[in-house]
Design a binder for this molecule. Structure first.
Ligand code: X2X
Length: 337
């Protein structure tokens, strides 16, 4: 993908994509027509790469498998679509492990506050034993997670009221968090007043001041235009978050073996491409967001990590995840509690 300019994106998203990949049917219907839902804007690298993968899947299966990508919560909110995925009404879904943890509790482990120092640690864990452990837990629920997790990114905190410089700045703040126990737990431990809202409602919640702040990676802040309703962006890097590409197991097993291999291969290939896209964006988006009016500040993570430790956050979640999962996490990032 060349550049992230709006014109480049419009060109990439509209002119070079097979109609099937963006939800429109080609002349001849495929033998298997599956839906893939997600909650991000169509211009986010996740969707640009999903659409590419869908085109390669159609080609690689000789037209037998069509994957129609539905971005931007078109098929419902995250909690709605997770229910549809379990029923097989939607065959594929990209979802944060922390939101998935409402069904598969261990899937939240990559979101432990301030655990990962950098992407080298993230991929060592998620492409290694910790990722394999989480995928095995997911499989117990009739859901298959593709091997390569997609990158959401290191999450930053935005507000319409003030910058976050120390943990004390979170005191009583109405902060939107995704619908997941670990998110709520973490920001309560930091002193905020977290409110669980699906991403489909975030822009309006910020616009109407139902929430004064939220937290997301820069690529989401930019593509969802949250800079229009947020003023401050504090580079807290408080957790890394990713998107598992999930398949309804029965639907996936209905595919012929050779088609299953093509689907898995092409989704994983696009996941790696998307990771590179997000890394490139992380280098350029702060400038673009500042030009759009956002005011940036950096923070000292040790004070936030100490606050979580004092509040018993790490001890609590070590107990919830259990020694095996926690040990796999610490084998990459070192001792947390
Ligand atoms: O809901 C969010 O904030 C988002 C888009 O980052 C996730 O899907 C976790």
């Amino acid at each position: 993908m060349h550049g992230f300019g709006r014109r480049a994106l419009a060109k990439a998203t509209l002119s070079s994509l097979p109609l099937a990949a963006i939800g429109l049917r080609p002349a001849r219907a495929a033998e298997f027509s599956y839906k893939l839902a997600n909650n991000l804007p169509a211009t986010h690298p996740l969707n640009l790469r999903l659409v590419e993968a869908a085109a390669r899947i159609r080609e690689g299966t000789g037209g037998r498998v069509e994957v129609r990508v539905f971005p931007n919560n078109q098929l419902g909110s995250d909690t709605d679509v997770l229910g549809q995925l379990r029923l097989g009404a939607v065959e594929f879904f990209t979802l944060s492990g922390l939101i998935l943890s409402t069904l598969v509790p261990p899937a939240a482990i990559n979101g432990v506050g301030f655990a990962f120092r950098d992407y080298a640690q993230v991929w060592a864990a998620m492409d290694g034993k910790l990722g394999a452990f989480v995928r095995a837990q997911i499989a117990k629920h009739g859901i298959l997670a593709m091997e390569r997790i997609w990158d959401n990114g290191f999450r930053q905190t935005t507000t319409s009221t003030k910058p976050i410089a120390t943990p004390a700045d979170f005191a009583g703040m109405k902060l939107r968090v995704p619908v997941a126990p670990l998110w709520t737990s973490m920001f309560k431990a930091l002193g905020a007043a977290p409110t669980s809202i699906n991403f489909s409602e975030v822009y309006s919640a910020l616009q109407t001041h139902v929430a004064d702040g939220q937290e997301n990676p820069l690529a989401v802040i930019y593509t969802a235009k949250l800079y229009e309703v947020q003023t401050y962006c504090s580079l807290t890097n408080h957790m890394w978050d990713g998107f598992w590409l999930l398949a309804n197991r029965r639907a996936f097993d209905r595919l012929p073996e050779d088609a299953r291999q093509v689907v898995a291969r092409e989704f994983d290939r696009s996941a790696v491409d998307q990771r590179a896209d997000v890394a490139r964006l992380n280098d350029e988006l702060q400038g673009k967001l500042a030009a759009a009016g956002m005011r940036f500040n950096t923070v000292e993570p040790s004070a936030f990590r100490a606050r979580l430790r004092e509040a018993g956050f790490y001890k609590d979640w070590r107990g919830r995840f259990g020694d095996e999962a926690w040990g796999l996490l610490e084998s990459t990032v070192g001792t947390l509690a």
